[in-house]
Design a protein around this ligand. Structure first.
Ligand SMILES: Cc1cc2nc3c(=O)[nH]c(=O)nc-3n(C[C@H](O)[C@H](O)[C@H](O)COP(=O)(O)OP(=O)(O)OC[C@H]3O[C@@H](n4cnc5c(N)ncnc54)[C@H](O)[C@@H]3O)c2cc1C
Ligand SMILES: NC(=O)C1=CN([C@@H]2O[C@H](COP(=O)(O)OP(=O)(O)OC[C@H]3O[C@@H](n4cnc5c(N)ncnc54)[C@H](OP(=O)(O)O)[C@@H]3O)[C@@H](O)[C@H]2O)C=CC1
Ligand SMILES: Nc1ccccc1C(=O)C[C@H](N)C(=O)O
Length: 487
């Protein structure tokens, strides 16, 4: 019996890494990508203007590392570490570290990462890459994929390919998922948020010696939080920044002229205007596309032993935690751990096919809840980034959490650390966070009560020297501050 064939639909970040994992398992891999080869110079320009760089953190790195091909090192060589958020309010900048232990996230070039993965995939003899092959239909009775080939209507034709297993990594608007839904009872939920995004670029500035350098501190993710909207900037290795304006569509629609745009930026982001440059700001704001933001949850992620969806095809999330790709990469690592656990070999006997179905069921059972969890956390981080980062209460709480983590790292782990710097399943991270919050509230409550009792004691002790009205004021002030602490 020859080795089994897996069809991987989508040659984006997740599909390509998954192709490498399957090739390493000894399967024959057919990787189908609807678009032309983005590594060719004539196709490169088409990529500009949308989601140029990405924050890569531990979950993504772990999946790259597990290939043992040094992919993590290769991509980190061309990345910029971001140790903290830099919050821009008024003319002040405030650095807020991501971790008390100096851990950082990495800004990587999406196209470079994709190119690197494709270059590696191409070296495997058992991977065939088919560009300009767009999945149109799947016949699940025979497990045959129909793919549209060719880039223009006139040249296009349909080809049919068989696969033992189909892995859909074809992004948020997945056709694989759509085809699976016609055959099974897949729960599906999607939600657009009111916020859209537009990317802008910030070029390097020249220093006194005429050398180019980053226009802002390069080791930060810069945020201009304005409650209902925000501007962010991530550094690139070429000393530019990619800025993203996240704003309700209504506001985008109101800014229709360059005068209105400049007035808006002068009011809300005056320091960003000279950094981006007026002309560039006007040009890119009106030229670059507006992206919409969507959360997609689906369950289960598999159909029998025949197909499974991973990456954005299974769970698209708003980008605010910088976890979409990281989560997609972790899907691959978890999927292959489950396949290993079930002893799945590349030779698919009837018994092995049954085993594969069990493995995919196990995969959905573990991964769906984690996917849902990170979709929810991503939505929460939108609020944190655009608003909470400027609140004293948030900063105090974060400070206390970080301090306890420094001294008792196993007792309290900040949520951000669990999500970005560990591979703890997302659902477990949320569970732990809730428990920690409960105990933190108990401790802070006890500390406040002890302080209150102490203060009351001091006041009563000195009562002969004070007027009664004074104690009432002091006690009221203390009670008010305790109450605020808990609300
Ligand atoms: C503004 C923004 C910022 C982001 N920042 C981060 C970040 O900092 N960190 C992070 O981890 N994530 C981030 N993300 C999320 C990240 O971009 C996605 O999670 C990631 O690209 C998903 O990868 P994927 O391979 O699953 O899907 P995609 O990247 O969408 O790739 C799918 C591929 O499938 C192909 N395809 C589609 N349909 C078909 C078909 N019918 N047949 C064949 N091929 C098909 C597409 O052409 C594409 O190449 C961000 C997203 C946005 C929008
Ligand atoms: N969760 C989120 O909010 C977001 C997530 N993303 C993720 O990042 C990935 C890469 O982003 P980017 O390159 O900008 O993606 P694109 O917008 O360029 O689209 C990627 C793929 O999705 C298809 N597509 C786009 N919009 C729709 C739609 N409304 N209905 C049906 N199909 C659609 C495109 O088809 P065609 O080529 O025909 O246009 C293309 O095949 C996305 O695929 C997505 O997975 C991107 C934006 C937001
Ligand atoms: N990559 C992004 C793209 C868009 C919006 C946010 C990010 C982030 O990475 C945010 C970061 N994790 C933070 O919490 O500060």
């Amino acid at each position: 019996m020859s080795n089994a064939t897996v069809a991987v639909v989508g040659g984006g970040l997740v599909g390509t890494l998954n192709a490498i994992y399957f090739a390493q398992r000894g399967w024959n891999v057919n990787l189908y990508e609807a678009r032309p080869d983005m590594r060719l110079p004539e196709n490169k320009a088409k990529e500009r203007g949308k989601s140029i760089n990405l924050a890569l953190s531990e979950r993504g790195l772990s999946a790259l590392r597990a290939t043992k091909l040094g992919l993590d090192k290769l991509i980190l060589e061309a990345s910029v570490p971001m140790y903290a958020r830099m919050v821009h309010v008024g003319d002040k900048q405030m650095s807020q570290a991501y971790s008390v232990h100096g851990e950082y996230i990495n800004s990587v070039d999406r196209a470079r990462l994709n190119d690197l993965l494709l270059n590696i995939a191409e070296k495997f003899e058992n991977i065939s890459i088919y560009f300009e092959h767009q999945l149109v239909m799947i016949d699940f009775d025979k497990n045959i994929l129909s793919l549209k080939t060719g880039s223009t209507e006139h040249q296009s034709s349909i080809v049919k390919h068989y696969a033992d297993l189909i892995v859909g990594a074809d992004g948020a608007y997945s056709r694989t998922r759509g085809q699976m839904m016609r055959r099974m009872r897949m729960n599906y939920e999607q939600e657009y948020i009111d916020t859209g995004y537009c990317e802008l670029s910030m070029l390097p500035k020249l220093n006194e010696n005429g050398e180019s350098e980053f226009a802002l501190d390069p080791n930060h993710l810069h945020i201009w939080p304005r409650h209902t909207f925000m501007l962010i900037a991530l550094p690139n290795p070429d000393k530019t920044f990619t800025c993203t304006l996240f704003m309700p569509f209504d506001m985008f629609n109101e800014i229709t002229t360059k005068e209105k745009l400049l007035e808006f930026f002068s009011t809300h982001f005056p320091d960003a205007i000279p950094l981006i440059g007026q002309e560039r700001l006007i040009d890119e704001y009106f030229k670059n596309p507006r992206g919409s933001l969507i959360t997609i949850k689906s369950s289960p992620h598999h159909l029998n032993g025949q197909a499974v969806i991973i990456g954005d095809a299974a769970h698209a999330m708003v980008p605010f935690y910088g976890q979409g790709m990281n989560c997609g990469f972790q899907d691959i690592e978890v999927l292959h751990q489950v396949l290993d656990h079930h002893g799945i070999t590349p030779v698919l006997t009837k018994k092995m096919k049954n085993q594969l179905e069990k493995a995919l069921t196990d995969y959905s059972n573990t991964r769906v809840k984690d996917a849902h969890a990170i979709c929810d956390l991503a939505m929460y981080n939108h609020y944190e980034m655009r608003s909470a980062v400027t609140s004293l209460r948030y900063l105090a709480r974060k400070g206390i959490e970080g301090w306890i983590h420094l001294w008792a790292p196993r007792w309290v782990i900040p949520l951000y650390t669990m999500v970005s710097f560990t591979t703890i399943p997302y659902s477990k991270a949320i569970e732990r966070w809730h428990k920690q919050n409960f105990w933190l509230n108990v401790v802070l409550g006890t500390v406040s009560m002890v302080t209150l009792t102490g203060l009351t004691g001091v006041i009563l002790f000195n009562k002969n020297n004070r007027k009664e009205q004074n104690y009432r004021d002091i006690i009221k002030t203390v009670l008010d501050s305790v109450w605020k602490n808990f609300n």
